[in-house]
Design a protein around this ligand. Sequence first.
Ligand SMILES: [Zn+2]
Ligand SMILES: [Zn+2]
Length: 165
Amino acid sequence: MVNCYVHAEASSVGTCVGCGKFICENCNTEIKRKNYCKSCVDELFDDSKRKIERLEDNMNKNQPMVFMNAGGASSSSSSSSSAAVGNEGQAFGLTKSKTTAGLLAIFLGGLGIHKFYLGKWGWGILYILFCWTYIPSLIGLIEGIIYLVSNQNNFARKYDPGFLR
Ligand SMILES: [Zn+2]
Ligand SMILES: [Zn+2]
Protein backbone atom coordinates (compact mmCIF):
# COMPACT_ATOMS: atom_id res chain seq x y z
CA MET A 1 0.00 0.00 0.00
CA VAL A 2 1.35 3.37 -0.98
CA ASN A 3 1.20 6.12 1.60
CA CYS A 4 0.11 9.76 1.21
CA TYR A 5 2.79 11.99 -0.24
CA VAL A 6 2.17 14.57 2.51
CA HIS A 7 1.51 12.22 5.41
CA ALA A 8 4.00 9.39 5.22
CA GLU A 9 2.23 7.47 8.00
CA ALA A 10 -1.26 7.58 6.39
CA SER A 11 -2.24 5.14 3.70
CA SER A 12 -3.55 6.67 0.46
CA VAL A 13 -7.18 6.53 -0.62
CA GLY A 14 -6.39 7.40 -4.21
CA THR A 15 -4.35 9.59 -6.51
CA CYS A 16 -4.80 13.27 -7.29
CA VAL A 17 -6.05 13.81 -10.84
CA GLY A 18 -4.07 17.05 -10.94
CA CYS A 19 -0.59 15.85 -10.13
CA GLY A 20 -1.01 12.08 -9.91
CA LYS A 21 0.42 11.87 -6.37
CA PHE A 22 -1.02 9.53 -3.75
CA ILE A 23 -3.19 11.24 -1.17
CA CYS A 24 -4.77 10.18 2.12
CA GLU A 25 -8.31 10.82 3.32
CA ASN A 26 -7.19 14.05 4.98
CA CYS A 27 -5.61 15.48 1.84
CA ASN A 28 -8.32 14.33 -0.51
CA THR A 29 -10.72 16.97 -1.82
CA GLU A 30 -13.42 15.73 -4.09
CA ILE A 31 -14.48 18.16 -6.85
CA LYS A 32 -17.00 16.93 -9.39
CA ARG A 33 -16.30 13.30 -8.34
CA LYS A 34 -12.57 13.71 -8.96
CA ASN A 35 -9.91 13.61 -6.26
CA TYR A 36 -7.55 16.52 -5.85
CA CYS A 37 -4.75 17.09 -3.34
CA LYS A 38 -4.63 20.33 -1.35
CA SER A 39 -2.00 22.04 -3.48
CA CYS A 40 -3.91 21.23 -6.69
CA VAL A 41 -7.11 22.61 -5.16
CA ASP A 42 -5.22 25.80 -4.33
CA GLU A 43 -3.99 26.01 -7.90
CA LEU A 44 -7.50 25.46 -9.21
CA PHE A 45 -8.81 28.26 -7.06
CA ASP A 46 -5.97 30.53 -8.10
CA ASP A 47 -6.72 29.70 -11.71
CA SER A 48 -10.40 30.51 -11.44
CA LYS A 49 -9.59 33.64 -9.47
CA ARG A 50 -7.27 34.75 -12.27
CA LYS A 51 -10.02 34.01 -14.81
CA ILE A 52 -12.50 36.13 -12.84
CA GLU A 53 -9.95 38.95 -12.59
CA ARG A 54 -9.38 38.80 -16.33
CA LEU A 55 -13.14 38.92 -16.87
CA GLU A 56 -13.45 41.96 -14.60
CA ASP A 57 -10.59 43.59 -16.52
CA ASN A 58 -12.42 43.11 -19.79
CA MET A 59 -15.62 44.47 -18.30
CA ASN A 60 -13.78 47.57 -17.12
CA LYS A 61 -12.35 48.05 -20.60
CA ASN A 62 -15.81 47.75 -22.16
CA GLN A 63 -17.46 50.05 -19.65
CA PRO A 64 -16.89 53.35 -21.55
CA MET A 65 -18.81 51.88 -24.51
CA VAL A 66 -21.67 50.78 -22.31
CA PHE A 67 -21.62 54.11 -20.56
CA MET A 68 -21.82 55.99 -23.86
CA ASN A 69 -24.94 54.09 -24.85
CA ALA A 70 -26.47 54.61 -21.45
CA GLY A 71 -25.62 58.31 -21.56
CA GLY A 72 -27.41 58.73 -24.87
CA ALA A 73 -30.48 57.00 -23.53
CA SER A 74 -30.82 58.74 -20.20
CA SER A 75 -29.44 62.24 -20.90
CA SER A 76 -29.51 62.93 -17.16
CA SER A 77 -25.79 63.50 -16.56
CA SER A 78 -25.06 66.68 -18.49
CA SER A 79 -21.29 66.76 -19.10
CA SER A 80 -20.70 63.10 -19.97
CA SER A 81 -23.78 62.73 -22.15
CA SER A 82 -22.99 65.85 -24.15
CA ALA A 83 -19.56 64.40 -24.93
CA ALA A 84 -21.19 61.18 -26.08
CA VAL A 85 -23.68 63.10 -28.17
CA GLY A 86 -20.82 64.99 -29.77
CA ASN A 87 -19.14 61.74 -30.78
CA GLU A 88 -22.34 60.22 -32.08
CA GLY A 89 -23.13 63.43 -33.90
CA GLN A 90 -19.92 63.19 -35.86
CA ALA A 91 -20.42 59.52 -36.55
CA PHE A 92 -23.95 59.88 -37.86
CA GLY A 93 -23.72 63.30 -39.51
CA LEU A 94 -26.18 64.97 -37.18
CA THR A 95 -26.98 68.64 -37.59
CA LYS A 96 -29.48 69.15 -34.77
CA SER A 97 -29.07 68.82 -31.03
CA LYS A 98 -31.97 67.30 -29.16
CA THR A 99 -31.08 69.46 -26.15
CA THR A 100 -31.32 72.69 -28.14
CA ALA A 101 -34.55 71.56 -29.79
CA GLY A 102 -35.95 70.48 -26.43
CA LEU A 103 -35.14 73.78 -24.69
CA LEU A 104 -36.49 75.81 -27.61
CA ALA A 105 -39.69 73.76 -27.55
CA ILE A 106 -40.15 74.19 -23.81
CA PHE A 107 -39.42 77.94 -23.61
CA LEU A 108 -40.42 79.17 -27.09
CA GLY A 109 -42.65 76.29 -28.16
CA GLY A 110 -45.70 78.58 -28.40
CA LEU A 111 -44.01 80.37 -31.30
CA GLY A 112 -42.92 77.12 -32.96
CA ILE A 113 -39.24 78.12 -32.75
CA HIS A 114 -38.22 74.49 -32.31
CA LYS A 115 -40.07 73.63 -35.53
CA PHE A 116 -38.08 76.28 -37.40
CA TYR A 117 -34.92 74.97 -35.77
CA LEU A 118 -35.72 71.46 -37.03
CA GLY A 119 -36.48 72.75 -40.53
CA LYS A 120 -40.25 72.23 -40.29
CA TRP A 121 -41.21 75.72 -41.49
CA GLY A 122 -44.84 74.88 -42.21
CA TRP A 123 -45.37 73.65 -38.69
CA GLY A 124 -43.55 76.68 -37.30
CA ILE A 125 -45.90 79.07 -39.09
CA LEU A 126 -48.91 77.06 -37.87
CA TYR A 127 -47.63 77.35 -34.30
CA ILE A 128 -47.28 81.15 -34.67
CA LEU A 129 -50.78 81.43 -36.14
CA PHE A 130 -52.27 79.59 -33.18
CA CYS A 131 -49.97 80.89 -30.45
CA TRP A 132 -52.81 83.00 -28.98
CA THR A 133 -54.66 79.78 -28.09
CA TYR A 134 -51.77 78.62 -25.89
CA ILE A 135 -52.22 75.18 -27.43
CA PRO A 136 -48.88 75.41 -29.30
CA SER A 137 -47.04 76.22 -26.05
CA LEU A 138 -48.62 73.19 -24.44
CA ILE A 139 -47.70 70.96 -27.39
CA GLY A 140 -44.24 72.54 -27.47
CA LEU A 141 -43.71 71.76 -23.81
CA ILE A 142 -44.64 68.12 -24.36
CA GLU A 143 -42.51 67.92 -27.52
CA GLY A 144 -39.58 69.47 -25.68
CA ILE A 145 -39.78 66.85 -22.96
CA ILE A 146 -39.99 64.09 -25.59
CA TYR A 147 -36.90 65.50 -27.35
CA LEU A 148 -34.96 65.68 -24.10
CA VAL A 149 -35.77 62.18 -22.88
CA SER A 150 -35.37 60.53 -26.27
CA ASN A 151 -32.14 58.89 -27.31
CA GLN A 152 -30.01 61.09 -29.63
CA ASN A 153 -30.12 58.47 -32.39
CA ASN A 154 -33.88 58.04 -32.22
CA PHE A 155 -34.28 61.80 -32.08
CA ALA A 156 -32.11 62.27 -35.14
CA ARG A 157 -33.92 59.55 -37.08
CA LYS A 158 -37.29 61.14 -36.38
CA TYR A 159 -36.64 64.87 -36.41
CA ASP A 160 -33.26 65.72 -37.90
CA PRO A 161 -33.50 66.60 -41.61
CA GLY A 162 -29.69 66.40 -41.89
CA PHE A 163 -29.50 62.87 -40.53
CA LEU A 164 -27.81 60.43 -42.89
CA ARG A 165 -30.18 57.49 -43.02
ZN1 LIG B 1 -2.39 17.19 -6.86
ZN1 LIG C 1 -2.27 13.22 3.53
